[in-house]
Design a protein around this ligand. Structure first.
Ligand code: FMN
Length: 381
């Protein structure tokens, strides 16, 4: 099918992926209010059109955490993304490297840090969750250092997992054992392209970095059970000391929605933060990222690099997020859909598409470089 927009990639992914995988990516928690708000609050921001300002030479490059980027964009950590296409995270990192933007590998990706490092041609980012077993965390961090990961994204908005109803309706959650496996198998069987590409040729279907501690259990329900039992709800600000002692590079706290928490992160020496509600997958009903962002930028924007994610469905949305004060954005579902739709080529095409869309938005808001995008690019409504 024709993929001329991010929603087109979503539709292409819907057609290609087994239902349990598509709904896992697409869905949010509970009634999905925050997921909807992420999209609608951002899209609802009116850009301020300016004309006759010589926009013949646009520079979309920027620098984040000492790394020169072609676009103010990184691929967000997406758990299990490697199942969207054969050895998916390896395909995505190659697309990101070619486009000159960082890829972030999730703690719970399908490919290991080492496998992604072998596919990558540039340093990538690594995302870490707080896990009860500190020795396991230490080991992961050591592997990230060894792989040359440039930035650590420490996700703090999952002390407990939110419930995603769609996963119960597809057999990804709640139905264990043979029954769940048979249900998912039936969904895969009607998607032959995916079944051949990933189901048969994308093995092993282990859970990458987590596989060693799962002790041979490879079922998807084993993975969710591990997440429920091993994510550490006792996580608190003091734990940053532990992370700091194991990680000397740039540290970015992901999952901040409140200016008071942002100040705490700044005080404790984090280099950056991501204003994020986990793509509307954790506490439903919280603020959209677009609404949470401006007060956080006002509180800490002069002390640390503020990034944002959630609801970005076009290059225009990226310009909107930058206009609200973000120094860069993370793309979540956009790249997961593109990977599901067309593997590495899909992600490459999606990144080219958003670049082209950003160029139009910049030209018509009269901005020629990323640093010129600010709140004056938004119109009063
Ligand atoms: C399928 C899926 C899996 C995700 N897994 C992770 C993860 O493992 N770690 C993490 O920090 N965030 C995870 N997130 C959240 C994303 O990193 C990001 O914050 C969110 O997707 C941004 O919203 P968007 O999808 O609307 O762009 C996940 C999101 C989705 C959609």
């Amino acid at each position: 099918m024709i993929t001329a927009s991010i929603p087109d990639f979503r539709e292409a992914a819907r057609r290609r992926l087994p239902r349990f995988l598509f709904e896992y990516i697409d869905g949010g928690s509970y009634a999905e209010e925050t997921l909807r708000r992420n999209v609608s609050d951002l899209a609802g921001l009116a850009l301020r059109q300016r004309v006759l300002r010589d926009v013949s030479a646009l520079d979309l490059s920027t620098e984040l955490f000492g790394q020169k980027l072609a676009l103010p964009v990184a691929l967000a950590p997406i758990g299990l993304a490697g199942l969207n296409a054969r050895r998916g995270e390896c395909q995505a990192v190659r697309a990101a490297d070619k486009a000159g933007v960082p890829f972030t590998l999730s703690t719970v990706g399908a490919c290991t840090i080492g496998e992604v490092a072998a596919a990558a041609s540039k340093p990538f980012w690594f995302q870490l969750y707080m896990i009860r077993d500190r020795a396991f965390m230490k080991d992961l961090l050591a592997k990230a250092v060894e792989a040359g990961c440039s930035t650590l994204v420490f996700t703090v908005d999952m002390p407990v997992p939110g419930s995603r109803y769609r996963d119960y309706h597809t057999g990804l959650a709640g139905t264990g054992g043979l029954k769940g496996a048979a249900w998912r198998f039936a969904q895969a069987a009607v998607k032959p392209d995916w079944a051949w590409d990933v189901g048969i040729n994308g093995r092993p279907h282990t859970l990458g970095n987590v596989a060693p501690v799962l002790q041979g259990k490879t079922g998807i329900e084993d993975f969710f059970a591990w997440m429920r039992n091993n994510f550490d709800p006792s996580i608190n600000w003091r734990d940053l000391d532990f992370i700091r002692s194991e990680w000397k590079g740039p540290l970015v706290i992901k999952g901040i929605l409140d200016p008071e928490d942002a100040k705490e992160a700044a005080q404790l020496g984090a280099d950056g933060l991501v204003v994020s509600n986990h793509g509307g997958r954790q506490l439903d009903g919280v603020l959209s990222s677009a609404r949470a962002l401006p007060p956080i930028v006002d509180a800490v924007g002069d002390r640390m690099t503020v990034l944002a994610d959630g609801g970005i469905r076009s290059g225009l949305d990226i310009v909107r997020m930058l206009a609200l004060g973000a120094k860069g954005v993370l793309l979540g579902r956009a790249w997961a859909w593109a990977l599901g739709a067309g593997g590495e080529a899909g992600v490459t095409k999606m990144l080219k598409l958003i670049e082209a869309e950003m160029r139009v938005a910049m030209a018509l808001t009269g901005t020629t470089k990323i640093s010129e995008i600010n709140r004056s690019c938004l119109a009063e409504t």
